[in-house]
Design a protein around this ligand. Structure first.
Ligand code: ADP
Length: 365
């Protein structure tokens, strides 16, 4: 199949409510999905992701703002006139039709000539690796193959935009990982602007060029997976994208170089000055893999501040061990890389936690 023309999708100040304005589901959504981008909408259940996706498809109508596709406002244009392809979570294949007929359906509906249909369906099935299954029915296929039929059926009409609603959630873990790679490579081949809804941060991070993290109908942050992971703007994003430790406390600036962070139930931590640290109440966020664990004397290394704690629990995950360490009234998660022959920290062992101060983020609360 040929590369499709790359186009942008833009939401400007979009608001959507139900029950005559009582339930506000999308609040002032502003985002621009660049031409050819693979874009993920990530957030917990009920955050408004599907509502936004369905709005782009034309199944939901917003009351405020504009939706632009390829620079044109398509607010009010019905779904069938939008030339947008959507793959549903359930795949929605016709069980009584063969794979070939399922994929051909949209082209037959558009009254294309038989030779063109044959060529296009053949190319789409080839692209998703299902050419030899053309005569089967959906129930004779595995979950992953059904998913590919749903994709082939959608891309065969050469939509301007591809929308995917939790497309991998019906597959088992191993297949999910394989399919997300396939999906990504298919999207690259076609160059089609793609919007992907998921509640799974790993899925979003591994596939998306950029993503929007949503909560309570609001886009909390927009950016590449690495920027969202490294520079979250608030505690919600820090917690939702990856795993983190969050401590809330009060900041006092002591002198030119240091600040005092006083966290209830933990005590005082002296930290180097930081451009994001403001006097007053803030949260600090630091990732489990950036913590060093040691016993005995603290390792002297200016990059770390050390806290005393006791191991409460550990989980051996192969590549690393995840420890829950009690520090005062807080429990801190620390991941330690695992190599054969290394000893692990026993339950209730007294340990020191070294926090790499260059990896601490200061967040508003
Ligand atoms: P997500 O896809 O992030 O799980 P949704 O977009 O499905 O979230 O839903 C967002 C919110 O909108 C939820 O609180 C849901 O209950 C509400 N909602 C969805 N559809 C309707 C509807 N037709 N009427 C009223 N509320 C709705």
């Amino acid at each position: 199949m040929k590369q499709l023309r790359k186009i942008a999708v833009e939401c400007r100040n979009i608001g959507l409510s139900y029950d005559g304005g009582k339930t506000e589901v999308l609040k002032d959504i502003n985002l621009r999905i660049e031409p050819g981008e693979f874009f993920a909408l990530l957030g917990p259940s009920g955050s408004g992701k599907s509502t936004l996706l369905r709005l782009i498809a034309g199944f939901n109508q917003h009351q405020r703002g504009q939706l632009l596709v390829d620079g044109k406002d398509i607010t009010g244009v019905p779904p069938h006139a939008r030339n947008i392809g959507m793959v549903f979570q359930s795949y929605a294949l016709w069980p009584h039709m063969t794979v070939w007929d399922n994929v051909a359906f949209g082209l037959v509906e558009r009254r294309m000539d038989k030779a063109t249909i044959r060529q296009k369906v053949g190319a789409a099935l080839e692209l998703v690796g299902l050419a030899q299954y053309a005569n089967r029915r959906p129930n004779q296929l595995s979950g992953g193959q059904q998913q590919r039929v749903a994709l082939a059926r959608t891309i065969v009409i050469e939509p301007q935009v591809l929308l995917l609603d939790e497309p991998l959630s019906n597959l088992d873990k191993k297949l999910r990982v394989q399919m997300r790679e396939e999906l990504r490579s298919l999207q690259r081949t076609l160059g089609i602007t793609t919007v992907f809804v998921t509640h799974d941060q790993e899925e979003a991070m591994t596939t998306a060029d950029r993503m929007a993290v949503m909560d309570k109908g609001v886009v909390q942050q927009l950016g590449t997976p690495a920027v969202l992971f490294d520079y979250p703007v608030n505690p919600f994003v820090a917690n939702f994208v990856g795993t983190t430790n969050l401590l809330t406390g009060d900041i006092e600036h002591v002198n030119g170089d240091t600040l005092r962070f006083r966290a209830p139930g933990i005590g005082e931590i002296i930290l180097p000055k930081h451009p994001e640290a403001r006097t007053g109440r803030m949260a600090i966020s630091f990732r489990p893999h950036t913590i060093r664990m040691a016993v005995g004397d603290a390792v002297r290394d200016g990059a770390y501040v050390w806290l005393n704690g006791a191991v409460e629990q550990s989980e051996f995950l192969g590549e690393f061990t995840r420890y829950r360490v009690r520090v005062g009234e807080a429990v801190i998660t620390a991941d330690q890389s695992h190599f054969s022959g290394t000893t692990s920290f026993a339950p209730s062992a007294s340990v020191r936690l070294g926090i790499d101060t260059s990896q601490i983020r200061y967040l508003p609360v």
